[in-house]
Write a protein that binds this ligand. Structure first.
Ligand code: 4NP
Length: 161
């Protein structure tokens, strides 16, 4: 894969890569476009499980996202150790994702690339982004609230670095 070394490459990771991480990817892409940073930041997402390989995001996540003006249309793929070579930041949605990612890290330098999404929260105090898969509409709305807040925090951090 051709790699542009001047780009900041960010990977969002959850379990299935059909709800939380594709939503984070779509929200962050929207903010990148809005801030004219297309040539500086690259975004992708993946899941630790591979359960939904090749699938579009969950229809409920897409519906709730589109009500806020987002388009979530990435295809699910499994996180692999090669992602440590391809990305500068790997951002986990919850503790389980975080530890499953770290288990694949080949060295200390790779471990330092791993963060939690809530590390970038500004107004919310949640300690993880909750899995909405078995929740109702409220669960999906909460995920979007938390992700919008953390994506804005992440954007601020990147722009000021
Ligand atoms: P995600 O949500 O990790 O935010 O994509 C889930 C999607 C699917 C499953 C669990 C969580 N699943 O068990 O199939």
């Amino acid at each position: 894969m051709y790699q542009d070394e001047s780009k900041h490459k960010i990977l969002f990771v959850c379990l299935g890569n059909i709800c939380r991480s594709p939503a984070a990817e779509g929200i962050m892409k929207y903010l990148i476009e809005k801030n004219n940073l297309n040539d500086k930041i690259e975004i992708d997402s993946a899941g630790t499980s591979g359960y939904h390989n090749g699938e579009l995001p969950d229809s409920r996540m897409r519906k709730h996202g589109s009500k806020r003006g987002y388009k979530f249309d990435s295809l699910s793929r499994k996180f692999t150790a090669k992602d440590f070579d391809d990305f500068d930041m790997i951002i986990a949605m919850d503790d389980s994702n975080y530890h499953n990612i770290l288990r694949l890290a080949p060295d200390l330098e790779s471990e330092k690339k791993v963060f939690r999404m809530v590390d970038f929260s500004m107004k919310y105090q949640h300690d993880h982004i909750p899995d909405p898969y078995y929740s109702g509409a409220d669960g999906f709305e909460l995920v979007l609230d938390l992700l919008e807040d953390a994506c804005n925090g992440l954007m601020k951090e990147i722009v000021s670095s």
